[in-house]
Design a protein around this ligand. Structure first.
Ligand code: BES
Ligand code: MN
Ligand code: ZN
Length: 489
């Protein structure tokens, strides 16, 4: 599959042309020029085409099917991606014959991220959710090896070329990561995550170590091991290192890798429990970012850590009331075994700080249902002890459309995490502000690092889309972190 840029418009050899249109003042003039270029009735275009979000219209120009894709008033990259992806997915059976083109010359979409967003969205529409279906019908035309996506642009072809290649690499990584998050939890074991990392490292040029259970015991990942106690599957502590010779800064990423969360002895209700296969969404964001940063050869040093385990129900499992130890040497009273994410992250963060002490340390986790109560499915919760870092992440969130929203971290919240018997409890004594008290728990394990951010992505790892009946993987975090890292080098 190839993505090409062309500054001269021609429908020749294109079976499909997609023109994104914004519902803006410029729409009238844009439709006039489209009518003239393709010799179709301007009046019909003007009555039929509103430019609403995800609106799809088409007409023919000879053998070529020309789509007008409505974007509404939205210029946010995530919305453009969603609209393009929806068209690419729903229209794939009609994408036959020749190249598929994105036409930005006749479009009124002029945003600087237009090429990236459109290419990314059209490519993501090729994603197949049916990982385990016996028949492999319905392969997207863009997935054929000889497929070509051409983008017609005005102006700076060199810049567009870069943007298009980045969008291609991004989409390829996101699709791998969506497969990983959507993978069944009996298949996606901690070892499976480790293998994924090892293979990606070999292919893209970063080093990977995956500590097995014996090594985890030797190294003292006691909080991770306590979550793993009820599981038949061994834990893995995955450490990835990407180095660049021109790097000025080192960034550390830690991702929650709970491959299935039953809640443990504090068992969850069975409603939608199957979706807890996505409780490694933070790990997925870290794995995907490692891969994409290596592909893009960003001039930065990047460390990725994924503590991976299941959280299962078993006689050998940790009990509510148990007191456990941790890599940091701090004791934890486990009030609720369903608050397991913070336990595995405690070891991940403490190890990151002790072994690498990176300039910046960011963890991502599907950590609390409570962050969904606060922000819904539109933004991840950002908890940060550094204003410069926080602002850079907020900015990357806006630019990528993978939004984050800052939450407070006042010391008063820590009071509720105090244990009567141990150094800290894993659950607040009050049933309020659950995402904040979780963040305060994590802060206890960063050993006073002054550039730390925690991103609670519980509401963002999955979304309802055109792909199917259930919520499915979004690959959230990869574009957010990559945009952030590009700005941070
Ligand atoms: N993995 C869950 C959080 C979650 C909830 C992710 C919904 C995605 C969607 C986490 O391990 C958990 O169980 N959190 C508890 C914390 C509570 C016991 C303090 C929760 O949110 O209820
Ligand atoms: Mn849980
Ligand atoms: Zn969990």
């Amino acid at each position: 599959m190839k993505v090409l840029i062309s500054t001269t418009f021609s429908t020749q050899t294109c079976g499909t042309v997609i023109i994104p249109i914004l519902k803006a003042e410029s729409l009238g003039a844009t439709l006039e020029s489209i009518g003239q270029t393709f010799n179709v009735s301007i009046d019909r275009l003007k009555t039929d085409i509103k430019g609403d979000f995800k609106e799809i219209n088409h007409f023919y120009n000879g053998e070529t099917r020309i789509y007008l894709l409505g974007l509404g008033e939205k210029t946010n990259s995530n919305d453009i991606i969603a609209a393009a992806r929806n068209l690419s997915f729903t229209q794939k059976s009609k994408f036959n014959g020749g190249r598929i083109a994105i036409d930005l010359i006749h479009s009124n979409l002029t945003e600087s991220h237009a090429v990236q967003s459109m290419v990314n969205g059209i490519l993501l529409g090729a994603y197949r959710i049916g990982l385990y279906k016996s028949d492999s019908n319905g392969i997207h035309p863009l997935c054929q090896s000889e497929a070509e996506l051409v983008v017609f642009v005005d102006g700076d072809a060199e810049r567009s070329e870069k943007e298009a290649q980045k969008a291609l690499l991004t989409a390829q990584t996101q699709i791998q990561i969506m497969d990983l998050v959507n993978a069944a939890p009996n298949i996606k074991t901690p070892q499976y995550l480790a293998n994924w990392a090892i293979q990606s490292g070999e292919k893209n040029g970063f080093s990977v170590q995956a500590f097995d259970k014996k090594q985890c015991i030797e190294l003292g990942f006691k909080a991770l091991l306590s979550v793993n106690a009820g599981s038949q599957e061994e834990p893995r502590f995955i450490v990835m290192e990407y180095k660049h010779e021109k790097a000025q800064k080192t960034v550390g990423l830690v991702g929650k890798g709970v491959t299935f969360d039953t809640g443990g002895i504090s068992i969850k209700p069975s409603n939608n429990m199957h979706l807890m296969k996505s409780d490694m969404g933070g790990a997925a964001a870290v794995l995907g970012t490692m891969e994409l940063v290596a592909k893009l050869q960003l001039p930065i040093n990047l460390i990725g850590i994924v503590p991976a385990t299941e959280n299962m129900v078993d006689g050998a499992g940790t009990r509510p009331g148990d007191v456990i130890d941790s890599y940091a040497g701090k004791t934890i009273e486990v009030i609720d075994t369903d608050a397991e994410g913070r336990l595995v992250l405690a070891d991940g963060l403490a190890y990151m700080k002790k072994q690498y002490n990176p300039d910046v340390m960011i963890d991502l986790a599907t950590l609390t249902g409570n962050v969904i109560a606060a922000l819904g499915y539109n933004a991840a919760g950002l908890f940060c002890n550094n204003d410069t870092l926080s602002n850079a992440l907020l900015k990357a969130g806006e630019a990528s459309g993978e939004r984050v929203w800052r939450m407070p971290m006042w010391e008063a919240y820590f009071e509720d995490m105090k244990s009567d018997v141990a150094d800290i409890a894993n659950l607040s004594s009050k049933p309020v502000a659950g995402s904040i008290t979780a963040a305060k728990f994590l802060e206890f394990f960063i050993d006073n690092h002054t550039g730390w951010a925690h991103i609670d992505i519980a509401g963002m790892a999955l979304a309802t889309t055109e792909l199917g009946n259930h919520r499915t993987a979004t690959a959230y975090g990869i574009r957010l972190l990559t945009d952030f890292l590009e700005s941070w080098v």
